[in-house]
Every structure is written in structure tokens, then in C-alpha cells.
Design a protein around this ligand. Structure first.
Ligand SMILES: *Cc1c(COP(=O)(O)O)cnc(C)c1O
Length: 365
């Protein structure tokens, strides 16, 4: 028995996504890079490596992790690099994508030994959250003026365009890609490679994988480019749970159950986007508000239905706890950091990492 709280990564769940990614790669010729900002739990990289082509990153730390722990192709990207990190970034990457022309002008020479590219901002996106919308007004994420980009084409060989966000709608992806072709077609014709970013939820149930792959292939043929995808969430969706135990129950006008984890510390993304956690099957006559154990008043995972009354010691599993969770976990309130456990394909469970008081202490000085 592993003590809660812990994140449980189920390799069988992961495999379902990876097989779809591999299918799209095969059928379309596109390459798939894991976006480390979404998921960087490297103990499963050995398992993921055969199905993907490498990693993409948003910082020096991530590009180094990608290079050292995942290997294969390693793309570097950052909203802005510092003088003191650029050499090390270049040493870990085989491609660097600058966010702006001014960063390209500043660091392009230092990166002339590897492939260089630029982020384009098509000013359209599928995001329903202003906070996460790369095409929001005044966005700093990428260049959009074709005439300005034309002037630096001698220094770059490709582009990254990331404007899908939790987009499970193939026709919306297709329409936006057509708009991108209309806007940037003249630039795309001069490119050797184009990364279409992440945010395309093509590993979800019922996504038309063949239409998607064929669209990517047609795009690649039209412009003569190697296409890349940068799945984060799509690679790990529905693979992981946060396993918690009920520590206390109360009735304060609603039935409350306090668990040994915290939404703020362990599933922060849900709090930021004001979304509820998921508990399955979420059925039965007993309705509870599941609360975290930090002292934040709004540390609440959500309200769910259970088949039986909850008692102290019962297990509550929060679903879909891989993407943007482990990468954002923090030591708020000093709440015990969930361990990371792996469920192998044969069903056996092993602990990959546990966290101690020393880790808490060492996170500050
Ligand atoms: C966030 C991000 C990704 C991954 O997005 P998901 O929604 O997790 O698939 C890929 N590429 C870039 C540039 C990103 O910013």
C-alpha cells in the first residue's frame, strides 16, 4: 500500500494516446514533440520515447531536461532568452525558435550552428480563456507582420505557430489552418519546416484521426515542409490520477470531506481556470464537496456524487491529473507533496519518487 497523496500514472492510459500519436505520425509524415511545459515527469520518458520524436521546451531548464532525459529531437523556444543562458540553450538544442525578430537579431548569430526559426502569431485561436489565448489583444507571442518577417528569411528556415487551445474540433483546426495559409502562405513557401504547436486534442475519443493526418500531409506537400506537432495535454490526457484519502468529514449546510491534498498545491491549474476536478463515476445518492487541506478557504476540488457515505480513510481519486499539474505543484502550506507512482502495463504499481521534509526545506533558503 502506497501512502496517499500520490499521482498515479497509468501506462496503459498513456499508451492509448501514444498509439494515436504514432498513427498520425505514420499516416501524415508529421513529427511529434512532447511539450514539456505541460508534462515533464521524466520517469515515463523511456516509455514514451518510441512513439514520439523528441521534446519542445519553454526555457533553459526544460530544453536541458528534454535533451538529457528524453533525447531525440530537442526544440528550444522561449518567450525571451537572457544573455547568460543562450549559449547553454543552444548546446542542448538542435533547433531554436525565437519569439520575436528582435530576439533573433540579438541571438541569431550565437545559434547559427543549429536550425533557427521564428514564432508566427496568426491572431486567431481556439482559446476560450483570455489568460491562455496566444492571440489575445496585444499578445507578445510571435510575429505577425509578413513584411517584417520577409526581411529576416535569410536567417531562419522555419516557423512555429501555436494557436490551438484545448481544440477538440477538427473542422475548427482545419478552418484556422486555412486562414493561416491565406495570411502566411508566402512565408510558408520559403520554409523547410513548420511546427503547428500543441492544443489539438486529437487523442480524444472520436477525433477524426485520418482526416487530421491527411490535412497535415496535404499542408506539408503544398509548402514542401516537414510538419511538427507539439502535443502536451493530448499526449498524457486521461493517463493519471491524484490519489487522496479522506481525513475528515463535516456538515456545514453541505456535506464536506477534507482530503490529504490541496487543489492549490497539487492541481493548481484547475484553480487558475476556475474548473472543477473530475471524480468518477460521480454517481449515487451521497453528495459531497471535496475540499483540500490547505488553509485557503477556496481550496475545493469540486462537488461530486458518491454511491456510499464517505468516511475517514476512504479513497478519492481525482481524474486527469497529468497535464499542467505535476509541473505546477508547489509547497504552499507545506502540505505533503504527492509521491509519483507508476502503474505498469501488467498492473503492478511502483513508486518513482517520494518527497520529504528536506525537499520542502531545500525549495527555499
Ligand atoms: C503550451 C504549448 C504547447 C502544448 O500545448 P497543449 O495544449 O498542452 O497541447 C505546445 N507548443 C507551444 C508553443 C505551447 O506554448
Amino acid at each position: 500500500m502506497i501512502e496517499t497523496p500520490y499521482y498515479l500514472i497509468d501506462k496503459a492510459g498513456l499508451l492509448k494516446n501514444l498509439e494515436k500519436i504514432a498513427y498520425v505520425r505514420d499516416r501524415s509524415g508529421a513529427k511529434a514533440l512532447l511539450a514539456l511545459k505541460c508534462f515533464a515527469t521524466w520517469s515515463v520518458f523511456d516509455f514514451m520515447r518510441d512513439y514520439m520524436d523528441g521534446t519542445t521546451s519553454s526555457s533553459l531548464n526544460e530544453v536541458r531536461l528534454g535533451n538529457e532525459r528524453f533525447g531525440k529531437e530537442t526544440h528550444a523556444y522561449s518567450v525571451a532568452y537572457s544573455d547568460y543562458e543562450i549559449d547553454e540553450v543552444v548546446s542542448h538544442a538542435d533547433k531554436i525558435i525565437f519569439n520575436s525578430i528582435s530576439q533573433l537579431e540579438r541571438f541569431g548569430e550565437k545559434a547559427s550552428g543549429i536550425i533557427r526559426g521564428l514564432r508566427l502569431n496568426p491572431q486567431i485561436s481556439s482559446s476560450s480563456f483570455d489568460l491562455a489565448d496566444p492571440a489575445r489583444p496585444f499578445s507578445r507571442l510571435g510575429e505577425w507582420d509578413v513584411s517584417k518577417v520577409e526581411k529576416v528569411m535569410d536567417r531562419i528556415s522555419g516557423f512555429m505557430i501555436h494557436n490551438n487551445c484545448e481544440n477538440a474540433d477538427f473542422s475548427l483546426f482545419d478552418r484556422m489552418l486555412s486562414q493561416i495559409e491565406d495570411t502566411f502562405g508566402s512565408l510558408l513557401k520559403q520554409a523547410d519546416w513548420v511546427s503547428l504547436g500543441g492544443g489539438i486534442h486529437f487523442t480524444g475519443e472520436g477525433y477524426p484521426l485520418d482526416l487530421f493526418a491527411d490535412r497535415l500531409k496535404a499542408f506539408a506537400e503544398t509548402y514542401g515542409v516537414q510538419v511538427y506537432l507539439e502535443p502536451g495535454e493530448a499526449a498524457i490526457t486521461n493517463s493519471t490520477t491524484l490519489e487522496t484519502t479522506v481525513l475528515d468529514t463535516l456538515y456545514n449546510g453541505k456535506h464536506l470531506a477534507i482530503v490529504d491534498a490541496s487543489i492549490e498545491a497539487h492541481m493548481l491549474d484547475l484553480l487558475i481556470y476556475r474548473e472543477s476536478a473530475k471524480v468518477q463515476p460521480n454517481q449515487g445518492p451521497h453528495h459531497y464537496m471535496i475540499c483540500g487541506k490547505s488553509c485557503l478557504a477556496g481550496d475545493i476540488f469540486g462537488e461530486f456524487d458518491f454511491p456510499d457515505k464517505l468516511k475517514i480513510g476512504d479513497r478519492v481519486s481525482m481524474q486527469d491529473a497529468a497535464g499542467y499539474t505535476m509541473v505546477k505543484k508547489n509547497w504552499f502550506n507545506g502540505v505533503k507533496m504527492p509521491a509519483i507512482a507508476l502503474k505498469e502495463l501488467d498492473g503492478s504499481v511502483t513508486i518513482a519518487r517520494e518527497f520529504s521534509y528536506q525537499d520542502f526545506e531545500q525549495s527555499l533558503s
